[in-house]
Design a protein around this ligand. Sequence first.
Ligand code: IMP
Length: 192
Amino acid sequence: MKITFVTSNTGKLKEVKDKLEPLGIEVVGDKVYYPEIQTDSLREVARYGAQWLKNRLEAPFILDDSGLFLSALEGFPGVYSAYAYGTIGNRGILNLMNKKGDKRAEFRTAAALVDPNEKIHIFEGVCKGSVIGEERGKNGFGYDPVFIPEGYEITFGEMSTEEKNKISHRSLAFHEVYEYIKEHFSVEFDIS
Ligand code: IMP
């Protein structure tokens, strides 16, 4: 089957394609605009975006809202990750974290799936790790070069998409999306 993934981020699109296509789901990127509301929950940002797009885009489709949550900064940048990345960037995050002893960080993704009946389902994924003191690696995108996942010694920026997809927040959320599609779509919507 074929599903639309709404994103203007080519890094996200590559990860989701690499995740779902070997499982038999063709992923087509669509850069259509949707508003990202300000709230303290990724789920609500994703749900609102999906709700807004429902009347404008043919279902089924998926979108994701993600962020980096730093313990020492009480969760910042979190839901403000896109704004923080666009303004202070990785350098700014490194400066803010410079004198902090607690380097714990986690990436979170909330993926919204709009099914063929236009019902919205939200799936979440979390990847725990820490932020390091410098940027390392040229792969991935966004905060990848400053984040080391738990149990690893290299950053997401030093991993291939395949490696990142074994453990990432997005991969976990989209695995749930896959499981849902596999279980429900052929039965309820006759799509396989
Ligand atoms: P959004 O989900 O597109 O709103 O992303 C928020 C911000 O977090 C953007 O600046 C992204 O570049 C960044 N971001 C989202 N997902 C990831 C990821 O998997 N790795 C690194 N940065 C990410």
